[in-house]
Design a protein around this ligand. Structure first.
Ligand code: F6P
Length: 552
């Protein structure tokens, strides 16, 4: 990989110059001058369409950005990832979530090895176990300890062991089994688990303890509490029918008291935030059935093949990543807003927060030096149209320019189409408004038509004028299905990967979250009186003392 600074790349310097010219462009004018702009600046892959025409770019911008990708050797790093090189070098790990969705029959599946181990067989073996287990639960053959069918699935996990299952089960709500209700507990705040336990019956509930490491404090505490709750209603022997585990750590699963025959494994070459495709997806397969889970994997695999094979010019994750780099590193956009216009995608922004920010929230490059440019923007958002009535004002007229990814689905999964027409109209209207803005002469004409006098008009003019020229992408799909959702997630995974490659950072470790975990353990033992209070700073000491007083 290049061990030169990004700012030394020839294409980066050319982009800096080019940016000076781009500052003079208004997208309104670009659209007026280029009637075929949509055709030239949109592309389709794996059931998704990406319209990137509403960005402050010209063909020449894209050419320079593509040169930057080549200079930063994105293709070589991509190939290294797909072939199992240990590109997560700070943890000495391969990065092979893509192997989890490669069908056994696909040519490259058999060749993949990690430390001399052919992994395709392991992957297919776990998938078969998921298939037979989920089929038994869904068909009512796997029953609770009193012989009743399972009605509730409680996934206990956090981060990557929670966000993916929750987001996907919600997104694919229309595909879920009518008898099975999915619940997700992640927060160590007892209010989370307490509310779920109040809702479920121990005779008919299946708990999935999902943790890659099986050491995560929040998950272990929730799992222990759920276990104690269950044992108030049933004997120890019944546990095996109600608790299963998903983990890479068989020893810890055994120590917790879950029979390893009821453990669905995965491997250290699957990062937590990339694990929804692994056995971490067990709750998804239970909810939507194995065939739909396979379709979900296939949708992601279709995007993988596109990412691997399409030339950079027509490569959707590459183009999306480069536009992000353009906005972040040249226009200095500090955040990216995600606006799904589909109620079932309401957890998608939160899912992307972990995927993108835990991957690229880094300031050290692969060679150990500090980055010289900004890396990952803040990722945030909410479903349209709710966001429009909350924070879109700032997006239209605030002092920061925030790019937006609009995500829309053409066909709804309900039969009240008039709602969908209004929803889509709002989505398209917003991206048009961000692009066009409202110029002073248009505001003036409106006000004159409304009969405003000159004083009133002059007072209102600056408030009602907005410049527009605010960038957005629109991602469209025909329907929200397991396959299109799989492709959508894989698109963002690869976009994140390409940006990490360009910034020269390791997108696959997460050392930053470790310090808080360690300190929390110390403070916890101080709060419970097991340890003598350590000498913290005055603020932390005072907060601990207040909590000790309140908790007794
Ligand atoms: O704290 C961050 C993290 O390590 C994530 O990367 C991971 O998804 C999450 O914690 C949960 O970890 P585990 O699956 O091991 O419980």
């Amino acid at each position: 990989m290049p061990n030169t600074a990004l700012t030394d790349a020839a294409a980066f310097k050319q982009l800096q110059e080019h940016h000076q010219t781009a500052l003079g462009w208004h997208m309104r004018e670009l659209f007026s001058a280029q009637p075929d702009r949509f055709e030239r600046m949109s592309l389709s892959a794996a059931g998704l369409l990406l319209d990137y025409s509403k960005n402050r770019i010209e063909s020449s911008t894209l050419e320079l950005l593509l040169s930057l990708a080549r200079e930063r050797q994105v293709e070589a790093l991509r190939d290294a990832m797909f072939t199992g090189e240990k590109i997560n070098f700070t943890e000495h790990r391969a990065v092979l979530h893509t192997a989890l969705r490669t069908p056994a029959a696909q040519a490259d599946a058999a060749a993949l090895q990690v430390d001399g181990q052919h992994i395709a067989e392991d992957v297919q073996g776990v998938l078969s176990r998921i298939q037979s287990f989920t089929t038994r639960v869904r068909d009512g053959q796997w029953r609770g300890h009193t012989g009743k069918e399972i009605t509730d699935i409680v996934n206990i996990g956090i981060g990557g062991s929670h966000l993916g299952p929750q987001m996907v089960c919600t997104a694919l709500h229309n595909f879920t089994h009518p008898r099975l209700q999915s619940h997700f507990v992640s927060n160590v705040d007892g209010h989370d688990l307490d509310a779920v336990l109040a809702d479920v019956n121990p005779e008919t509930t299946l708990f999935i303890v999902a943790s890659k490491t099986f050491t995560t404090q929040e998950t272990m505490m929730n799992a222990q509490t759920a276990r104690r709750w269950f044992l108030k209603h049933a004997k120890e022997a019944a546990l095996a029918l109600h608790f299963v585990a998903v983990s890479t750590n068989a020893q810890a699963v055994g120590a917790f008291g879950i029979d390893t025959a009821n453990m669905f494994p995965f491997w250290d070459w699957v990062g937590g935030r990339y694990s929804v495709w692994s056995a971490i997806g067990l709750s998804i397969a239970l909810a939507i059935g194995f065939d739909n889970f396979r379709a979900f994997l296939d949708g992601a695999n279709a995007m993988d093949r596109h990412f691997r094979e399409a030339p950079l010019e027509s490569n959707m994750p590459v183009i999306q990543a480069l536009i992000g780099i353009w906005n972040r590193n040249f226009f200095n956009s500090e955040s990216l807003s995600i606006a799904p216009y589909h109620h079932n995608l309401r957890f998608f922004p939160a899912y992307l927060q972990q995927l993108d920010m835990e991957s690229n929230g880094k300031r050290i490059t692969r060679d150990g030096s500090a980055v010289e440019v900004a890396t990952c923007p803040f990722i945030w958002g909410d479903v349209g149209t709710n966001g429009q009535h909350a924070f879109f004002q700032l997006l239209h007229q605030g002092t920061d320019i925030t790019p937006i990814d609009f995500i829309a689905v053409l066909k709804p999964a309900h039969d009240i189409p008039q709602h969908h027409q209004v929803l889509l109209a709002n989505c398209f209207a917003q991206s048009e408004a961000f692009m066009r803005g409202k110029q002073a002469d248009e505001v003036r004409a409106d006000l004159q038509q409304q009969g405003a006098n000159e004083a009133e008009l002059n007072m209102l003019l600056p408030h009602k004028t907005f410049n527009g020229n605010r960038p957005s992408n629109t991602i469209l799909m025909q329907e929200l299905t397991p396959a299109t959702l799989g492709a959508l997630i894989a698109l963002y995974e690869h976009k994140t990967f390409v940006q990490g490659a360009i910034w020269g950072i390791n997108s696959f470790d997460q050392w930053g979250v470790e310090l808080g975990k360690v300190l929390a353990k110390t403070i916890h033992s101080e709060l419970t009186g097991e340890a003598v209070p350590a000498r913290h700073d005055a603020s932390t000491n005072a907060l601990i003392a207040l909590a000790k007083q309140a908790l007794g």
